[in-house]
Design a binder for this molecule. Structure first.
Ligand code: FES
Length: 321
Protein backbone atom coordinates (compact mmCIF):
# COMPACT_ATOMS: atom_id res chain seq x y z
CA UNK A 1 0.00 0.00 0.00
CA UNK A 2 1.05 3.62 -0.52
CA UNK A 3 0.55 6.34 2.04
CA UNK A 4 -0.96 9.49 0.54
CA UNK A 5 -2.36 12.75 1.86
CA UNK A 6 -5.79 14.14 1.07
CA UNK A 7 -4.95 17.43 -0.66
CA UNK A 8 -8.47 18.55 -1.55
CA UNK A 9 -12.03 17.54 -0.72
CA UNK A 10 -14.76 19.04 -2.87
CA UNK A 11 -18.50 18.43 -3.03
CA UNK A 12 -19.19 18.04 -6.76
CA UNK A 13 -22.90 17.49 -6.01
CA UNK A 14 -24.88 16.96 -2.79
CA UNK A 15 -23.97 13.23 -2.93
CA UNK A 16 -20.65 13.13 -4.74
CA UNK A 17 -17.41 14.24 -3.20
CA UNK A 18 -14.07 14.34 -5.02
CA UNK A 19 -10.64 14.01 -3.45
CA UNK A 20 -7.20 14.82 -4.77
CA UNK A 21 -4.54 12.57 -3.26
CA UNK A 22 -0.80 13.14 -3.30
CA UNK A 23 2.45 12.30 -1.56
CA UNK A 24 3.20 14.45 1.48
CA UNK A 25 6.62 15.37 0.04
CA UNK A 26 5.12 16.38 -3.33
CA UNK A 27 6.85 13.59 -5.26
CA UNK A 28 4.97 11.90 -8.10
CA UNK A 29 2.71 8.90 -7.56
CA UNK A 30 3.12 5.77 -9.72
CA UNK A 31 2.14 6.21 -13.36
CA UNK A 32 -1.22 4.83 -14.41
CA UNK A 33 -3.34 4.24 -17.50
CA UNK A 34 -6.83 5.57 -18.21
CA UNK A 35 -9.44 3.17 -16.81
CA UNK A 36 -7.33 2.31 -13.75
CA UNK A 37 -8.64 2.18 -10.22
CA UNK A 38 -7.07 2.18 -6.78
CA UNK A 39 -8.07 0.34 -3.63
CA UNK A 40 -8.64 2.79 -0.79
CA UNK A 41 -8.34 1.58 2.78
CA UNK A 42 -11.49 3.01 4.32
CA UNK A 43 -10.82 1.52 7.74
CA UNK A 44 -9.03 -1.49 9.23
CA UNK A 45 -11.43 -3.96 7.62
CA UNK A 46 -12.66 -2.20 4.56
CA UNK A 47 -11.10 -1.66 1.14
CA UNK A 48 -13.03 0.05 -1.62
CA UNK A 49 -12.20 0.56 -5.29
CA UNK A 50 -12.41 3.97 -6.94
CA UNK A 51 -11.50 4.88 -10.53
CA UNK A 52 -8.91 7.55 -11.20
CA UNK A 53 -10.48 10.40 -13.13
CA UNK A 54 -7.51 12.66 -13.85
CA UNK A 55 -5.33 12.51 -16.94
CA UNK A 56 -2.60 9.86 -16.63
CA UNK A 57 -0.20 12.55 -17.87
CA UNK A 58 -0.59 14.29 -14.52
CA UNK A 59 0.18 11.56 -12.03
CA UNK A 60 1.68 13.93 -9.48
CA UNK A 61 -1.70 13.43 -7.82
CA UNK A 62 -4.67 11.07 -8.18
CA UNK A 63 -8.25 12.29 -8.33
CA UNK A 64 -11.20 10.13 -7.28
CA UNK A 65 -14.90 10.83 -6.77
CA UNK A 66 -17.12 8.97 -4.33
CA UNK A 67 -20.89 8.69 -4.51
CA UNK A 68 -22.71 8.49 -1.18
CA UNK A 69 -24.51 5.26 -1.90
CA UNK A 70 -27.86 4.72 -0.16
CA UNK A 71 -27.14 0.97 -0.17
CA UNK A 72 -23.60 1.47 1.11
CA UNK A 73 -22.14 -1.42 3.06
CA UNK A 74 -20.18 1.19 4.99
CA UNK A 75 -17.58 2.31 2.46
CA UNK A 76 -18.90 5.43 0.80
CA UNK A 77 -20.60 6.79 3.93
CA UNK A 78 -17.39 6.47 5.93
CA UNK A 79 -15.39 8.16 3.17
CA UNK A 80 -17.86 11.06 2.99
CA UNK A 81 -18.00 11.54 6.74
CA UNK A 82 -14.47 10.90 7.91
CA UNK A 83 -11.99 11.67 5.10
CA UNK A 84 -10.70 15.22 5.52
CA UNK A 85 -8.03 17.43 3.95
CA UNK A 86 -4.63 16.69 5.49
CA UNK A 87 -5.48 13.11 6.50
CA UNK A 88 -3.05 10.36 5.56
CA UNK A 89 -4.71 7.37 3.98
CA UNK A 90 -3.52 4.12 2.46
CA UNK A 91 -4.14 3.24 -1.16
CA UNK A 92 -2.96 0.49 -3.50
CA UNK A 93 -0.97 1.27 -6.62
CA UNK A 94 -3.32 1.71 -9.62
CA UNK A 95 -4.58 -1.40 -11.40
CA UNK A 96 -6.29 -1.46 -14.76
CA UNK A 97 -9.18 -3.85 -15.43
CA UNK A 98 -10.71 -1.48 -17.98
CA UNK A 99 -7.97 -0.66 -20.50
CA UNK A 100 -8.48 1.78 -23.36
CA UNK A 101 -7.58 0.78 -26.92
CA UNK A 102 -5.66 3.87 -27.96
CA UNK A 103 -5.36 2.73 -31.59
CA UNK A 104 -9.10 2.82 -32.21
CA UNK A 105 -10.06 5.31 -34.93
CA UNK A 106 -13.19 6.32 -33.05
CA UNK A 107 -14.21 5.80 -29.43
CA UNK A 108 -17.59 6.20 -27.78
CA UNK A 109 -17.80 6.70 -24.03
CA UNK A 110 -21.13 6.24 -22.19
CA UNK A 111 -21.22 7.27 -18.53
CA UNK A 112 -24.14 6.69 -16.19
CA UNK A 113 -23.91 8.94 -13.09
CA UNK A 114 -20.74 8.32 -11.07
CA UNK A 115 -19.59 6.05 -13.91
CA UNK A 116 -18.13 9.24 -15.39
CA UNK A 117 -14.89 8.77 -13.40
CA UNK A 118 -12.86 6.30 -15.53
CA UNK A 119 -14.37 7.72 -18.73
CA UNK A 120 -13.25 11.23 -17.83
CA UNK A 121 -9.67 9.99 -17.66
CA UNK A 122 -10.12 8.19 -21.00
CA UNK A 123 -11.57 11.32 -22.65
CA UNK A 124 -8.51 13.32 -21.59
CA UNK A 125 -6.18 10.71 -23.09
CA UNK A 126 -8.15 10.54 -26.35
CA UNK A 127 -8.09 14.33 -26.57
CA UNK A 128 -4.34 14.45 -25.91
CA UNK A 129 -3.84 11.86 -28.67
CA UNK A 130 -6.02 13.85 -31.06
CA UNK A 131 -8.44 10.93 -31.48
CA UNK A 132 -12.04 11.06 -32.69
CA UNK A 133 -14.37 10.43 -29.72
CA UNK A 134 -17.67 11.32 -28.05
CA UNK A 135 -18.48 11.28 -24.34
CA UNK A 136 -22.17 10.81 -23.51
CA UNK A 137 -22.98 11.52 -19.87
CA UNK A 138 -26.35 10.43 -18.46
CA UNK A 139 -27.59 11.77 -15.13
CA UNK A 140 -30.84 12.51 -13.31
CA UNK A 141 -30.43 16.28 -13.52
CA UNK A 142 -27.83 19.02 -13.94
CA UNK A 143 -27.53 19.38 -10.17
CA UNK A 144 -26.75 15.68 -9.71
CA UNK A 145 -24.04 15.77 -12.38
CA UNK A 146 -20.49 15.65 -11.04
CA UNK A 147 -17.94 17.86 -12.83
CA UNK A 148 -20.63 19.64 -14.88
CA UNK A 149 -18.86 23.04 -14.88
CA UNK A 150 -15.42 21.51 -15.31
CA UNK A 151 -16.53 19.43 -18.30
CA UNK A 152 -18.05 22.47 -19.97
CA UNK A 153 -14.79 24.35 -19.71
CA UNK A 154 -12.58 21.60 -21.13
CA UNK A 155 -11.03 22.12 -24.58
CA UNK A 156 -13.03 19.13 -25.84
CA UNK A 157 -16.37 20.30 -24.39
CA UNK A 158 -17.94 20.09 -27.86
CA UNK A 159 -17.43 16.32 -27.76
CA UNK A 160 -19.37 15.95 -24.50
CA UNK A 161 -23.13 15.35 -24.65
CA UNK A 162 -25.22 15.58 -21.49
CA UNK A 163 -28.50 13.69 -21.16
CA UNK A 164 -30.64 14.60 -18.16
CA UNK A 165 -33.68 12.58 -17.06
CA UNK A 166 -35.51 15.73 -15.99
CA UNK A 167 -35.11 17.54 -19.30
CA UNK A 168 -37.22 15.14 -21.30
CA UNK A 169 -34.18 14.22 -23.28
CA UNK A 170 -34.61 11.78 -26.14
CA UNK A 171 -31.97 9.47 -24.74
CA UNK A 172 -32.81 6.44 -26.78
CA UNK A 173 -32.52 8.21 -30.12
CA UNK A 174 -29.30 9.95 -29.00
CA UNK A 175 -27.74 6.59 -28.12
CA UNK A 176 -28.91 4.99 -31.36
CA UNK A 177 -27.61 7.92 -33.37
CA UNK A 178 -24.18 7.75 -31.72
CA UNK A 179 -24.00 3.98 -32.26
CA UNK A 180 -25.34 3.97 -35.80
CA UNK A 181 -23.42 1.46 -37.88
CA UNK A 182 -24.24 3.45 -41.02
CA UNK A 183 -21.43 5.71 -39.82
CA UNK A 184 -18.39 4.02 -41.44
CA UNK A 185 -16.16 5.02 -38.50
CA UNK A 186 -18.41 3.04 -36.16
CA UNK A 187 -17.53 -0.23 -37.95
CA UNK A 188 -14.20 -0.33 -36.13
CA UNK A 189 -15.00 1.95 -33.19
CA UNK A 190 -14.67 0.85 -29.56
CA UNK A 191 -17.32 1.57 -26.95
CA UNK A 192 -16.69 1.95 -23.21
CA UNK A 193 -19.40 2.23 -20.59
CA UNK A 194 -19.43 2.63 -16.83
CA UNK A 195 -22.41 3.13 -14.55
CA UNK A 196 -25.22 1.12 -12.97
CA UNK A 197 -25.49 -2.43 -14.32
CA UNK A 198 -28.91 -1.79 -15.89
CA UNK A 199 -27.51 1.22 -17.75
CA UNK A 200 -24.49 -0.66 -19.05
CA UNK A 201 -26.66 -3.62 -20.10
CA UNK A 202 -28.93 -1.24 -21.98
CA UNK A 203 -25.99 0.33 -23.84
CA UNK A 204 -24.61 -3.10 -24.76
CA UNK A 205 -28.01 -4.46 -25.84
CA UNK A 206 -28.63 -1.44 -28.05
CA UNK A 207 -25.14 -1.63 -29.55
CA UNK A 208 -25.51 -5.34 -30.31
CA UNK A 209 -28.93 -4.79 -31.88
CA UNK A 210 -27.26 -2.26 -34.20
CA UNK A 211 -24.59 -4.73 -35.25
CA UNK A 212 -21.71 -3.95 -32.87
CA UNK A 213 -19.35 -6.84 -32.21
CA UNK A 214 -18.72 -8.02 -28.64
CA UNK A 215 -14.97 -7.51 -29.07
CA UNK A 216 -15.55 -3.76 -29.40
CA UNK A 217 -17.76 -3.42 -26.30
CA UNK A 218 -16.13 -2.78 -22.91
CA UNK A 219 -17.61 -2.12 -19.50
CA UNK A 220 -16.30 -1.37 -16.04
CA UNK A 221 -17.54 -3.98 -13.63
CA UNK A 222 -15.88 -3.44 -10.28
CA UNK A 223 -18.88 -1.61 -8.88
CA UNK A 224 -20.90 -4.75 -9.48
CA UNK A 225 -23.97 -5.31 -7.42
CA UNK A 226 -23.53 -7.80 -4.68
CA UNK A 227 -23.73 -11.27 -6.15
CA UNK A 228 -22.79 -13.06 -3.02
CA UNK A 229 -25.71 -15.04 -1.66
CA UNK A 230 -29.15 -16.14 -2.74
CA UNK A 231 -31.98 -18.07 -1.09
CA UNK A 232 -31.23 -21.35 -2.82
CA UNK A 233 -27.63 -21.54 -1.56
CA UNK A 234 -26.63 -24.80 0.14
CA UNK A 235 -23.94 -25.56 2.65
CA UNK A 236 -20.87 -27.52 1.56
CA UNK A 237 -17.55 -28.75 2.93
CA UNK A 238 -14.38 -26.87 2.11
CA UNK A 239 -11.15 -28.86 2.33
CA UNK A 240 -7.92 -26.90 2.63
CA UNK A 241 -5.51 -29.40 1.12
CA UNK A 242 -2.18 -27.93 2.26
CA UNK A 243 -3.36 -27.11 5.78
CA UNK A 244 -5.27 -30.37 6.24
CA UNK A 245 -8.30 -28.45 7.58
CA UNK A 246 -11.96 -28.97 6.65
CA UNK A 247 -14.54 -26.24 7.18
CA UNK A 248 -18.30 -26.24 6.78
CA UNK A 249 -19.54 -23.33 4.63
CA UNK A 250 -23.12 -22.58 5.72
CA UNK A 251 -25.69 -21.34 3.22
CA UNK A 252 -25.64 -17.82 4.63
CA UNK A 253 -21.88 -17.24 4.63
CA UNK A 254 -19.28 -16.84 1.92
CA UNK A 255 -16.12 -18.95 1.81
CA UNK A 256 -14.13 -15.81 2.51
CA UNK A 257 -16.15 -15.04 5.65
CA UNK A 258 -15.68 -18.58 6.97
CA UNK A 259 -11.93 -18.43 6.28
CA UNK A 260 -11.68 -15.10 8.08
CA UNK A 261 -13.67 -16.45 11.05
CA UNK A 262 -11.18 -19.30 11.24
CA UNK A 263 -8.25 -16.82 11.18
CA UNK A 264 -7.06 -18.17 7.84
CA UNK A 265 -5.61 -15.29 5.89
CA UNK A 266 -6.36 -14.82 2.24
CA UNK A 267 -5.89 -11.69 0.13
CA UNK A 268 -9.15 -10.05 -0.89
CA UNK A 269 -10.15 -6.64 -2.13
CA UNK A 270 -13.49 -6.03 -3.87
CA UNK A 271 -15.31 -8.92 -2.15
CA UNK A 272 -17.70 -8.90 -5.10
CA UNK A 273 -16.01 -11.23 -7.57
CA UNK A 274 -14.59 -8.50 -9.72
CA UNK A 275 -10.94 -7.83 -8.98
CA UNK A 276 -9.51 -11.37 -8.88
CA UNK A 277 -7.40 -10.70 -5.77
CA UNK A 278 -8.79 -13.72 -3.91
CA UNK A 279 -8.41 -16.17 -6.82
CA UNK A 280 -7.52 -19.60 -5.42
CA UNK A 281 -6.60 -22.91 -7.06
CA UNK A 282 -9.23 -25.66 -6.92
CA UNK A 283 -7.85 -29.17 -6.51
CA UNK A 284 -11.08 -31.21 -6.46
CA UNK A 285 -14.81 -30.57 -6.79
CA UNK A 286 -16.75 -28.22 -9.04
CA UNK A 287 -17.04 -24.52 -8.14
CA UNK A 288 -20.24 -22.54 -8.60
CA UNK A 289 -18.62 -19.53 -10.27
CA UNK A 290 -20.33 -16.24 -9.41
CA UNK A 291 -17.57 -13.81 -10.22
CA UNK A 292 -17.16 -11.45 -13.11
CA UNK A 293 -13.39 -11.76 -13.15
CA UNK A 294 -12.80 -15.13 -14.84
CA UNK A 295 -13.73 -15.54 -18.49
CA UNK A 296 -16.32 -18.18 -19.44
CA UNK A 297 -13.47 -20.29 -20.78
CA UNK A 298 -11.49 -20.02 -17.52
CA UNK A 299 -14.61 -20.87 -15.51
CA UNK A 300 -15.22 -24.00 -17.57
CA UNK A 301 -11.82 -25.39 -16.51
CA UNK A 302 -13.01 -25.41 -12.86
CA UNK A 303 -9.42 -25.27 -11.61
CA UNK A 304 -9.67 -21.93 -9.76
CA UNK A 305 -12.40 -19.88 -8.08
CA UNK A 306 -13.05 -16.67 -6.15
CA UNK A 307 -13.82 -17.43 -2.47
CA UNK A 308 -15.32 -13.98 -1.89
CA UNK A 309 -18.47 -14.87 -3.82
CA UNK A 310 -18.25 -18.25 -5.54
CA UNK A 311 -19.50 -21.45 -3.94
CA UNK A 312 -19.57 -25.19 -4.81
CA UNK A 313 -21.82 -27.26 -7.03
CA UNK A 314 -20.47 -30.43 -5.41
CA UNK A 315 -20.91 -31.43 -1.75
CA UNK A 316 -17.29 -30.58 -1.10
CA UNK A 317 -14.61 -28.45 -2.66
CA UNK A 318 -10.87 -28.95 -2.11
CA UNK A 319 -8.67 -25.90 -2.58
CA UNK A 320 -4.94 -25.17 -2.52
CA UNK A 321 -4.66 -23.52 0.87
FE1 FES B 1 -12.13 -9.39 -5.60
FE2 FES B 1 -12.60 -11.84 -4.67
S1 FES B 1 -11.83 -10.15 -3.60
S2 FES B 1 -12.65 -11.18 -6.70
Amino acid sequence: MLEVTILTKKYETADIVSFELGKADGSALPAFEAGSHIDVKVNENLLRQYSLCNSPKRHQTYKIAVLKDANSRGGSLTVHKTFEIGDSIQISPPRNLFPLNKDSQRTLLFAGGIGITPLLSMAQVLNELGKEFELHYFARSKTSTAFYEELNSLPFASKIFFHFDDENDKKDSAIRHALDQENPLNKTAHLYTCGPNGFMDYIFTTARSLGWKNDNLHKEVFNAESIVLDDSDKSFTLNLVRSGISLEIPADKTVLEVLEDADIEIDASCEQGVCGTCLTKVVKGVPDHRDQFLTECEKSLNNQFTPCCSRALTDSLSIDL
